[in-house]
Every structure is written in C-alpha cells, then in structure tokens.
Design a protein around this ligand. Sequence first.
Ligand SMILES: [Zn+2]
Length: 297
Amino acid sequence: MTAGALLSATACGGGSGVSEVGATSDGKPEVVAAFYPLQWLTEQVGGSDVQVTGLTAPGVEPHDLELGIQQVTDLQNAALTVYVKGVQPAVDDAVDQEKSFDAATAVTTIPAGEHEHEGEEEHGHDEVGYDPHLWLDPSRMATVAGKLGERLAAADAAHAQAYRDRAAKTAATLTTLDQEFTKGLTTCRSKTLVTAHEAFGYLADRYKLKQVGITLDPETEPSPARLSEVAKLARAEGVTTIFTEALVSPKVAEVLANEVGAKTAVLDPLESKPSGDYVSAMRDNLKTLQTALGCTA
Ligand SMILES: [Zn+2]
C-alpha cells in the first residue's frame, strides 16, 4: 500500500475508535523525523495536522544512532518517515521506501569531502557519494519545505491546502534567513572555515566559503598527518578561529588552535536540538561566523 492510500484510509476512518497503523487515535498521520532539523521542518509544514516523532533524542549524536525495538516499531508504523539518506546508516536500512521522504532527493547535492579518510569506510557519510549535511544551507531547506508540503498534501488530501500554505510560509522564513547569510558573509577578512567535522559543506557552497574539516566523521580521531596538514593550511590562510561543536569533544580543535595561535568557537551543525530552534541557532551560527571571519555587514 502506498503512503497516500494508507493516509487517505486513515483520514476517512476517523470515529471507528480503532487506531490504525500510521495514525494517532484522533486520525492524525504519524510522521517520524530522523533527526532535529528535519523534525523542525516537519513540525512547521505538518502543523497540527500531523503527529511528529523525533527519532534521535536531544543530545544524541545522530550519525551512529542505533535503533531500539521501539524506534523500529515507530518507523514501521509511521505513515511517513522524513530522513536524509547517508546520515544514519541504521535509519537508511530500516525505512520503508514507499512511506519515506529522503530530503536529499529534493535538492542538488554536493560531493562528499575530498580528503582521504582512513578507517572511515564503515561510516554512512561516504557511502552515498554526496555530502548529506544539506540542512545547513537555508536555501536548500526552503526547497525541501516545498517538496515536503507537496508530499504531505498528496498523502493526506483532506489537508492538502494547509500543508501547502505552511510549506510556503516556512520556505519564506528560510529564504529570509538565506538572505541574511548572503548579506552577512559577503565582505569578510577570511573565507576559510576550519571545522571539527565536515558538516558545513553546504553552508560553504552556498556562501562561497572554504571548509577544511579536521575529520569527516565526529567519532573519528584525526591522524597526526591530517592534523599537521590542517595546521599548515590554517597558518597559510591566516585562520584565527577553529570551530568546535557541542557534541564533539573540543580537545583536538583546542590542540590545533594552540598550535596555530587561534581561538576556538562553537559552530552548531544542528545535528541535535539546539537551545532555541533551527532559525535562531542558524542566526547564532551567522554571528559566530561574522566574528570569526572578520565580516563587515
Ligand atoms: Zn555530520
């Protein structure tokens, strides 16, 4: 059965008193979002017409998520799962293709990091051939919002207009955010981002910055050769700030910062729920970037 058939069946089945697969007892489609930025987006677009469940708990690094029995059940029962293929191998393996929306299919992807990653073959990042961190570009997120709105509208026809309206509103918010980034990062002393893990490729792509990731994968310790390569690059480019992230130990970044005489600052790859929401955390990232890169806007 397709997601559409399933959803319309449940939409028409209200009042039977029996909770059908993929719907809450009040008939709302249950949508599973794989990790935070997708959860935020699904809540914005789905609004009160869907019940959204986040698969990755706050504070958990999503890449190496292992699914428990409850999570596998949630995935199987969901009317729709929203994910990005390549971020979480466990989720990629468990999703039902018929009842899922892969945000990577909605946008133009960029290739995965180019440097060599010894011992990282097992990691989801480089299995799909593209960089999966597409949520760090608000303009691509705006595109995903539109496509998700269409997907929900097709699946739950009774609320189609509401999904489209919310998708348009969300896309407009994201477009404004994109314009703030474009304006804020136009005139900068430096355009090089040295990051803890290679999460910011889309941000770099969109705003014409250059990302140098210490590692590709947050769980991997960089080799001494990679560290000295990054140190050399950082010196050559006059980098004054090495970026760290909340869920990755800052130790390696601090050692590197010390070595090249730079500071560290936290740049949030939004792989877990921030203290605010997607938009406020991205605005914080913009401020951090402007300070670190010496931008005048
Ligand atoms: Zn990542």
